[in-house]
Design a protein around this ligand. Structure first.
Ligand code: PRE
Length: 365
């Protein structure tokens, strides 16, 4: 068979497979509509249906990844199923998600990675506004950055948990690639200013020292804001990611300029919904201990004694007294697991205050 004939035959096969895939996706979408009907049918007076089920979504994605035999890799296949589920959920209930904006930030990319593209995403000007929007019930969920592998904790987010009653319903991790971006009006050999968020400037410090040691670095409120400025400003550049570059039509002068190639940020999904256990969960708590020697040791002993893996511990001023602190602790397990329940009870006996911020499935994607 000639190449042209082979190509034609393969395309006929692809057309027929696409028709089957279309039929199956439509059948799946009808199932989701039926799920919505069942969820709303048996509600008691005043109760509202829970359409978004993070524990079920985590299971579906993991199951697909376990079944996958290639040639598409697990991440790619899960991304496709993420989008299918996102569209199915939108048939049940179109989700509104607030994120730290403006449009084009890494937080928006994290929101879409977690929920898929069928959600309505709403940019907020500050982390605290995301919290307030969720607390007011104006959106279903919020997405905020909480820690970066190079720069550490995002203190605004931690402090917001002290002020708002919020449930953590999920986490998402994003590889952060920074590019040096310029607009049409910039002459690349005449760059005099580089704009970015302070964290991003810090994440690219060595690269900037090596390539632009004498250029002024200006910290602005977000990378997307930096990208927006340089679009219309002469001889300036921005450090930002792919979404901002696309949104503002900027050219990449240098790609992946972050000092550490594994530079990643972890984001939290905040809402008001408790998430049931999946068997592979994390829990976040805030604890305040009395200000006495050995308090931190006392707090950590029950975790160690029960072989519970701590994934993070962060200290912040408590805001309720000078030189008093609270600990933000993440660990593996769900607060409904009997072992974790015991540990939390023991800590509660020693602590001045203990709050479970939420238990949620470990990030799948
Ligand atoms: O299983 C459910 O509860 C559904 O609503 C279905 C479905 C899906 O498409 O698989 C959709 C949304 C939920 O977040 C989880 C799963």
């Amino acid at each position: 068979m000639s190449d042209a004939d082979q190509l034609k035959a393969l395309r006929v096969r692809i057309d027929s497979l696409d028709e089957k895939i279309l039929g199956l996706i439509s059948e799946r979408a009808r199932c989701a509509q039926e799920v919505a009907r069942v969820k709303t049918a048996s509600l008691a007076e005043g109760e509202s249906a829970v359409f978004y089920r993070p524990e079920r979504e985590a299971w579906v994605l993991k199951h697909i990844m376990e079944l996958n035999r290639g040639p598409l890799d697990n991440e790619e296949i899960a991304r496709l199923f993420r989008e299918i589920m996102s569209s199915c959920l939108a048939l049940e209930q179109p989700l509104q998600v607030a994120y730290l904006g403006p449009e084009g930030t890494f937080t928006q990319a994290a929101a879409l990675k977690h929920f898929g593209n069928a959600v309505v995403s709403k940019p907020m000007a500050a982390i605290d506004e995301v919290f307030r929007e969720v607390a007011a019930g104006a959106v279903n969920f919020g997405v905020v950055p909480v820690e970066n592998s190079t720069e550490g904790a995002v203190n605004h987010t931690l402090d917001s948990f002290l002020e708002h009653d919020m449930v953590i319903c999920g986490e998402v991790e994003l590889r952060i690639h920074h590019h040096l971006l310029v607009g049409e009006t910039t002459q690349t050999e005449r760059i005099t200013r580089i704009y970015s968020h302070a964290q991003s400037l810090a994440q690219c410090r060595k690269w900037l020292d090596a390539h632009y040691p004498n250029v002024e670095r200006i910290a602005v409120s977000s990378n997307a804001d930096a990208a927006k400025r340089v679009k219309s400003e002469w001889n300036s550049a921005a450090i930002a990611g792919d979404m901002a570059a696309q949104l503002y039509g900027l050219t990449r002068l240098a790609e992946k300029i972050e000092d550490r190639p594994d530079n990643s940020t972890r984001f939290l999904i905040i809402g008001s919904q408790e998430v049931p256990p999946t068997g592979d969960d994390k829990t976040s708590i805030i604890v305040s201990m009395s200000n006495k020697p050995g308090a931190l040791h006392e707090l950590l002993v029950p975790f160690h004694a029960n072989g519970i893996d701590l994934t993070r511990i962060e200290t912040r001023p408590s805001r309720s007294g000078k030189w008093t602190y609270v600990f933000f602790i993440d660990f593996q397990g769900h607060h409904q697991d009997p072992l974790i329940k015991d540990v939390l009870e023991r800590i509660g006996q020693e602590a001045v205050a203990l709050k479970v911020l939420g238990s949620y499935p470990k990030a799948v994607l």
